[in-house]
Ligand binder design. Sequence first.
Ligand code: HEC
Length: 116
Amino acid sequence: MRAAAIRRGLGGLLLAGAGVMGWAQAQTQSVPAIFRGADLALGERLMREHRCAECHTRQVGGDGRDIYNPKGRISTPGALRGMVELCNTEMNLGMFPEEVTAVAAVLQRDHYRFAP
Ligand code: HEC
């Protein structure tokens, strides 16, 4: 009885585990290669720290998000990362390469959504 219940419990756990792995895999596959494994929480924090939105709001009004234009001149994941790198250099933000990638990955997730 008890052993059966434990086996059922374990089976459930394994199934749940497989489900999570499937989900993680789907997530990974929907993300362009250069942004896979990027630290999204770090990217969000850096965007707050560097006040990206405040400055963009001065350009386009609202909450600044209208500056991110997926149909504009930025049309690939590489170009998006390149644009963040350019802002990084021009404005002397001092971000490391993996930080630039993290920020660009957040923009990919929230605004540009380029196909992998
Ligand atoms: C001091 C002001 C300022 C700050 C700070 C700033 N930007 Fe910008 N950003 C701009 C301006 C101005 C443009 C538009 C440039 C143009 O159209 O030529 C722009 C454009 C962009 C674009 C291109 C949007 C598109 O689709 O064409 C991206 C991406 C971007 N910024 C990312 C960032 C990120 C990420 C940060 C913070 C880490 C940041 N910017 C901080 C002023 C700023």
